[in-house]
Design a binder for this molecule. Structure first.
Ligand code: SF4
Length: 457
């Protein structure tokens, strides 16, 4: 067990997060300390950080990073940046400096590797060129459908395998919540910039349920789905039918997401999918025939037993299938997932392979004309690496960008939805969450409804 006494700090949270990148959770302790090092504290494997008593948090983190790097022999590429939104500090610098200057500054301020600094620079470049300022009077709307055909081994979302009657019961309450939230939005003059129906897998619902859902959103918020960015996740190919996609298309939905995660049949079996790569190809074929503007495809780097060649083959196929958006996730192994229960330390393995997968994805996607347009990180990702959304120019999702900017209200409806109210006066977000279990959502439905008033307090 390593012990790190960190001098002249109020709270050890950020230092603990940084140490986690290098060491297992039970392999260290960080202690906020004030004063001179005391000999009896500094036994074997105990270290004192910031002996000179600096007040500069970034300077202390750099010293701590170098210490951890010396102990473990690794240099994680995100340097001292531990938050989920690495683009945020970069964009703040871009308010006053050029993108080139920003890249140089973040490299030295946060000890970023050259590749990560240039990735942030590419994303900042894209957003500055293609994304307009945030419309303060508009919100995003997120709706959760917490059902999937099976549960994936790495899943930590509010997702359930439930019989069809449960889908219907859930939908009936959800439609009421949408009507109520729409009325509040109208009374308060809130308009929507984008809508995202996720989960779970929304296309677990049948086509008439999907039609009722989308029609209710359109009526409650007075929108025409074809005139607003409106995404519906059709993530699992085993839920896709021509009938459902026809319904979505007829109602004006232009963006869907089909999420293979891998095109290797063995991997799909290992992660608990009940479909194969041919089903994914068929899903794409139906979606193309139906005629959506944008199909997003998610892939995951670091799935069990996958090597670089497997990942390359999956990515090549997504590019060949012409997905307009390709999102490359690093596997995150969180509490609540089967993978975490079976192998709690899984996320600490294979960092080099996954890093090579991300590097390869950048090379292949750039060569195929894609641009990186949003980025985020999660806890317990292999190698503390990242997720990056790539798009063909102009085909980005504004919802994904806004959600990462943290400067817009997101209205969250349905089980597992986490909404946020943005207060521009003090640049603050207030979280308003629905419960994640769909049965409790129905049991406590009155509470879910009254929580919607909190968006307008
Ligand atoms: S498709 Fe997504 S939400 Fe559904 S079980 Fe798999 S990881 Fe969870």
């Amino acid at each position: 067990m390593y012990r790190f006494y960190i001098n002249n700090i109020d709270d050890d949270y950020h230092y603990m997060e940084l140490a986690r990148v290098f060491l297992p959770d039970d392999g260290f302790e960080t202690i906020a300390y004030s004063g001179k090092p005391v000999a009896h504290l500094l036994g074997e494997n105990s270290f004192f950080v910031n002996e000179k008593g600096s007040d500069d948090r970034e300077e202390i983190k750099r010293e701590f990073y170098e210490l951890l790097s010396g102990i473990t022999g690794i240099r994680p590429p995100w340097g001292t940046l531990t938050g989920v939104r690495p683009l945020k500090p970069a964009l703040e610098i871009c308010r006053e400096r050029s993108v080139e200057e920003m890249e140089r500054i973040i490299k030295s301020r946060y000890l970023l590797s050259s590749r990560k600094a240039s990735l942030l620079s590419d994303i900042a470049d894209y957003q500055l060129a293609h994304v307009s300022g945030i419309p303060w009077d508009k919100a995003s709307l997120y709706i959760g459908i917490p059902f999937c055909p099976t549960r994936c081994a790495y899943c930590s979302f509010a997702s359930n395998v439930a019989p069809a009657e449960e889908h219907e019961k859930y939908l009936e309450n959800l439609l009421k919540e949408i009507t109520y939230a729409g009325r509040l939005a109208e009374e308060n003059g809130t308009m929507l910039e984008s809508i995202y129906i996720g989960g779970g897998t929304p296309t677990t619902l049948n086509s008439s349920q999907l039609e009722r859902l989308i029609s209710r959103v359109s009526d409650a918020y007075h929108i025409d789905p074809s005139k607003i960015e409106f995404t519906v996740e059709a993530g699992r190919p085993d839920t896709i039918t021509g009938d459902k996609l026809d319904t979505l298309n007829r109602l004006g939905i232009s963006r869907i997401s089909i999420n293979p995660q891998s095109m290797k049949d063995d991997t799909l079996r290992l992660i608990g999918r009940e479909h194969n790569a041919d089903d994914i190809r068929e899903g794409f074929r139906i979606a193309r025939e139906t005629g959506f503007d944008v199909i997003n495809a998610d892939l995951i780097a670091g799935l069990p037993e996958e090597n670089l060649n497997d990942f390359e083959a999956s990515l090549k196929e997504m590019i060949d299938l012409g997905a307009e958006n390709i999102t490359i996730h690093t596997l995150s192994v969180k509490r609540g997932s089967r993978l975490k229960e079976n192998d709690p330390g899984y996320y600490r393995q294979n960092a080099e392979t996954v890093s090579a997968m991300l590097d390869l994805s950048r090379d292949m996607l750039s060569a195929a004309g894609y641009r990186p347009y949003y980025i985020y990180r999660q806890k317990h990702q292999i190698g503390a690496l990242e997720n990056v959304g790539w798009c063909l120019p102009g085909k980005h999702s504004i919802y994904n960008i806004r959600i990462m900017e943290d400067k817009q209200t997101v209205i969250g409806l349905g089980a597992g939805a986490v909404g946020k109210v943005y207060h521009p006066d003090d640049d603050r977000l207030e979280r308003i969450a629905n419960v994640s279990n769909y049965k409790i959502y129905s049991e406590r439905f009155d509470d879910m409804i009254s929580r919607k008033n909190e968006y307008y307090k």
